[in-house]
Design a protein around this ligand. Structure first.
Ligand code: SF4
Ligand code: SF4
Length: 109
């Protein structure tokens, strides 16, 4: 199993994000960035589950994916992308993660 398959990761409600940058500042793995609208976005392959970003968010719009609202996982896109092209094995891990947590939205480009 790929290393990448064992992480839960976080989902971000970008509608609620106020672009403060706290989560990006606190993440020890550089797994968060601002998107083109200055909303926080997860770099899926970099996240390693220490969850300090959740505590840092002043508007509580970051969730463990295992605890994220269903509409976020199914209908609200744009909250994650890959930082690089994944290997076939990593893509398999990604699909396993999506299935495990019911993430239907596609990664942003
Ligand atoms: S859970 Fe940890 S590694 Fe993942 S984005 Fe948040 S702070 Fe970064
Ligand atoms: S801490 Fe919350 S409000 Fe601030 S940039 Fe991150 S997700 Fe947005």
């Amino acid at each position: 199993m790929s290393e990448l398959a064992r992480f839960t990761r976080v989902a971000i409600d970008m509608d609620t994000c106020i672009s403060c940058g706290a989560c990006i500042e606190v993440c020890p793995y550089d797994a968060l960035e601002f998107d083109e609208n200055m909303k926080a976005r997860l770099l899926w392959d970099k996240c390693q589950d220490d969850f300090s970003c959740i505590e840092s968010c002043p508007v509580n719009c970051i969730y463990k994916v295992s605890e994220a609202p269903e509409e976020l996982k199914k209908e609200k896109g744009g909250w994650y992308r890959f930082s690089r092209e994944l290997t076939p094995e990593e893509m398999k891990a990604f699909e396993e993660w999506r299935q495990k947590y019911g993430v239907e939205v596609e990664p942003a480009q």
